[in-house]
Design a protein around this ligand. Structure first.
Ligand code: CUK
Ligand code: CUA
Length: 866
């Protein structure tokens, strides 16, 4: 492929490279570019998306995972995947569908008593306040089985699934209204609202479309099914929708695709659906006053109850001036309301135009009851021309729209042309086009459908990847392409293969608006956010039996599961409650018992349960499935299922060599001495923490609490060890002393983390140069050999600025920048001999070197802390 290198980007490149000092670093960049065949423009694009280790993204994207029934979470601009959230599909890592709590959520999605274990997710939506994303809740629809799920963004877990009681499929959702009072879900394929058989010949009479308005409790993050209602609509196959906002708040807009009401019949010699459903030049945009209809739905006179759900008949909506139709170019797809609510852009898949309707014009026609006619169901039709602001010719197959932070600027995907077009919906002028690869569906702007779009990037969600990636068989990954829209011309930065599909739509939010938990309050049922009935604290572990029902109250903490042996009878109904006692960040444990199809993910503080009938006899190891510590493999136990109707003979015991009393005593003494030495280290850290008033700093105090959680368990173990000594059982005493050592190691681990955190807080403030220097020190790899405050693979650097006479600063600078020139210096020679390592040239720029020296100065000022 030929690469084009524009003048604009070459200027940009020289500016950015000079600023970073890369040009000065001896041509290494040029070498890498040559080796990898990269153009300068490639390097600029790479730099725009690259996140150095530890650096986080500016935006977080929630993408539907299509038929995988999940949500994919990734960062922008790095396009790094962060999580898959189980929604309509079991997801074992999160225990979703394998522990009892999540099964309850998944099973809320049963339809007419049937378990459904997948979903066709299309449109994720973020909750809004004043039309702006607030980072609290995510909703997503299932098109195949008409359902909506709610995900809590405090822990990224699915908390609720509701089934649409009247639709048989649902595509036009989920869309939050501007204060999250409702979630809009439009039907797709018209079908009878009841659950009975109606012949297809009765399509016009018995089949219906509609829009469901799901009442949403924003505080609790729950859809209130009883307060929700459906607006009955003709069988026009309502499709994508959007909620009005600003000036159009209170109204909803929904496209339709089969106003012909064609029902196909290839098998009886009729032309196929695709021919009959696109015969008319126009379809209908449905315009409805959901706020007024919501009020009407409270009066039983205005609703029909179908399948225990409120439905507002078309006549009622029409009589109350709350439902209208506007012709729109045939077979439309996207309908998108502008950030201020005034412009409604509709794209027709089969039309080269985008049609921009103007709310004030529509409202005028509605208020003056100026109708162009009525459809067969008596719904008033507004004149298309009189409702239009105008049309813009964009290209082939316009589908979806997103907005940017520039007034009037809109981005539209062109499916057939495989392009993204930037244009202005006010002036109707096309501004720019960029090629994408290939057949783009939705596109995702940064908060691009909110009242406050952020601009910067657009992601093209392409339907096909073709030959873009490594061949992984006939089923290809999907391709999300990141486009920089901050300049006058759009610039395609990078491709990301997505291995779950098909991800129709994605929404992006500023990362700082998300506030995920680090841990749960101890004993939390994460799916209900209440304290779990099975919450078990240390010391409360037990096995209870009631007839053939066995309940096990268990705890997990590095690195053991309590209890470690469970024996039940074949046929027992076993429930095991598991509480993770950890408070430390990221110390999740997993739990499974082989052969029983159970798995739980236990994040710090969480209680989850698994339930099964012990219907097969045998011995089943259970274990922790997360590599949680050095003794993770030892975090296990045995479930033994015995048949009460069988007689078992015990095996003849093997003769094992035992230790002599002297050997036992020696091992016991050694273990006790190791513990004493470890404890001395812990006490020195404790002294440091206390001397420096750790409890004044919440972050540190939290870590210290975590550490003492572990340390506090030692006296009980010590008592058991001492009792064993008294009883003459040194074997057992050694085991308890070993347990004490395990607890000490965990204490020390967290304690040292607390000390590091405290040092950061109490040290003198770093100058900007020193902070840059520390960064350069870290990123330049200096930390690989030098540990501040310690002799490691290289010398301790504390005091290095004093070590080389009054010209120390210069000496250090020269050595960092050109170490090889000083290998013969007697001091350096001595160091090389001692460490058996040569200081390498890390190609630091002069500025970075100066900054590192500032950092070392800061280290010296705080030497007492390291
Ligand atoms: S739909 Cu798939 S590209 Cu379900 Cu929003 Cu348009
Ligand atoms: Cu807990 Cu591995």
């Amino acid at each position: 492929m030929k690469r084009h290198f524009t003048k604009f980007s070459s200027v940009l490149l020289s500016v950015s490279l000079a600023a970073s000092g890369l040009v000065a670093s001896g041509g290494e960049l040029a070498e890498v570019m040559k080796k990898r065949g990269l153009s300068e423009l490639d390097v600029v694009r790479a730099a725009k998306t690259y996140n150095p280790s530890g650096v986080k993204d500016e935006f977080v994207v929630f993408s539907s995972a299509g038929q995988a029934g999940q949500v994919i979470v990734y960062g922008v601009p790095s396009m790094r995947i962060l999580k898959y959230i189980g929604v309509f599909t079991p997801e074992p890592w999160q225990g979703y569908g394998f522990d009892e709590e999540s099964k309850k959520v998944l099973r809320q999605g049963n339809i007419r008593g049937r378990e459904i274990n997948w979903g066709d997710t299309h449109h994720p939506a973020l909750s809004e306040i004043d039309g702006k994303y607030d980072g609290k809740w995510l909703a997503i629809n299932d098109k195949a089985n008409p359902r909506i799920a709610i995900i809590d963004l405090a822990d990224f877990e699915t908390k609720q699934i509701v089934v649409n009681p009247v639709f048989k499929s649902a595509h036009g959702g989920a869309f939050f209204t501007q204060n999250s009072d409702y979630i809009i879900e439009a039907c797709q394929y018209a079908a009878p609202f009841d659950n009975n058989y109606h012949p297809i010949e009765d399509y016009k009479e018995a089949y219906r479309g509609g829009v469901t308005m799901w009442k949403f409790d924003h505080k609790k993050g729950k859809i209130q099914e009883k307060e929700s209602f459906t607006i009955e609509m003709p069988p026009y196959m309502q499709d994508l929708s959007d909620s009005g906002k600003g000036v159009s708040d209170g109204w909803g807009f929904t496209n339709s695709v089969n106003t012909e009401m064609y029902t196909g019949g290839i098998e009886v010699g009729m032309p196929p659906n695709e021919a009959g459903m696109s015969r008319n030049d126009t379809d209908f945009l449905h315009v409805y006053n959901w706020r007024k209809l919501g009020e009407l739905a409270k009066d039983p006179k205005n609703v029909k109850i179908i399948n225990d759900h409120k439905v507002i008949p078309m006549e009622i909506a029409v009589k109350n001036n709350a439902l209208f139709l506007i012709p729109e170019p045939k077979s439309p797809h996207g309908v998108d309301v502008s950030p201020d609510g005034e412009y409604i852009t509709v794209c027709g898949k089969l039309d080269t135009h985008a049609s921009v309707f103007k709310w004030s014009k529509i409202k005028k026609l509605i208020d003056s009851k100026e109708y162009a006619g009525k459809d067969p169901y008596g719904i008033p039709i507004l004149d298309m021309k009189k409702s239009l602001h105008g049309q813009a010719e964009l290209g082939l197959g316009p589908l979806h729209n997103q907005y940017s932070n520039v007034d009037g600027e809109i981005y539209t995907s062109l499916y057939v042309d495989s392009q993204i077009v930037k244009w202005n919906y006010k002036t109707l002028k096309v501004l720019d086009k960029v090629n994408v690869h290939y057949n783009v569906g939705h596109l995702c702007g940064m908060e691009g459908k909110s009242a406050d779009p952020q601009g910067k990037y657009i992601i093209s969600l392409n339907k096909l990847a073709i030959d873009r990636f490594q061949n992984v068989g006939p089923l290809h990954p999907q391709n999300h392409q990141l486009i920089d829209i901050s300049g006058k011309k759009m610039d395609l930065l990078v491709d990301m293969p997505l291995p779950l599909g098909e991800p129709h739509q994605a929404v992006a939010i500023r990362a700082e608006k998300l506030h995920g938990h680090v841990r749960y309050p101890m004993g939390t049922n994460s799916r209900t956010d209440s304290i779990h009935e099975g919450k078990t604290l240390a010391g409360q572990e037990r096995i209870e039996r009631d007839g053939n029902k066995v309940k096990i109250y268990a705890t997990v903490v590095r690195s053991h599961i309590n209890p470690e042996r469970i024996t039940v009878n074949k046929g027992d109904e076993v429930t095991m409650y598991l509480t993770n006692l950890e408070r430390a960040q990221d110390e999740a444990h997993g739990f499974t018992i082989g052969h029983y199809n159970v798995h739980a993910s236990l994040e710090p503080g969480k209680t989850a349960s698994i339930k099964f009938t012990a219907d097969i006899e045998g011995v089943f190891p259970y274990y922790c499935t997360e590599f949680c510590s050095a003794l993770h493999l030892e975090m296990m136990g045995y479930l033994m299922v015995k048949d009460p109707n069988k007689k078992y003979e015990s095996a003849q015991k093997m003769k094992m060599q035992t230790m002599t009393p002297a050997e036992l005593k020696a091992e016991y003494d050694k273990t006790v001495a190791t513990n004493a030495a470890t404890d001395a280290v812990i006490q020195s850290v404790v002294k440091f923490l206390k001397d420096n008033n750790f409890d004044k700093h919440k972050v540190v105090a939290d870590l210290v609490t975590d550490a003492f959680d572990q340390y506090g368990q030692i006296p009980a173990q010590k008592k058991l060890a001492d009792e064993a000594v008294k009883a003459g059982d040194l074997e057992k005493a050694i085991l308890f002393e070993n347990m004490i050592w395990q607890l000490m190691v965990k204490t020390a681990d967290v304690g040292i983390r607390a000390k590091d955190a405290l040092v950061r807080i109490i040290a003198t403030k770093q100058s900007a140069a020193a902070a840059n220097g520390e960064k350069a020190f870290g990123e330049g790899g200096c930390g690989g050999c030098h540990v501040i405050g310690k002799v490691s693979s290289g010398p301790d650097l504390t005091g290095v600025l004093e070590r080389h006479g009054k010209d120390s600063r210069k000496w250090v600078k020269d050595f960092i920048m050109n170490p090889e020139k000083m290998y013969e210096d007697p001091y350096v020679k001595g160091m090389i001999d001692y460490f058996n390592l040569k200081m390498p040239n890390q190609h630091m720029s002069e500025k970075e070197t100066e900054d590192i020296i500032e950092y070392l100065k800061w280290v010296d000022e705080n030497a007492n802390l390291f």
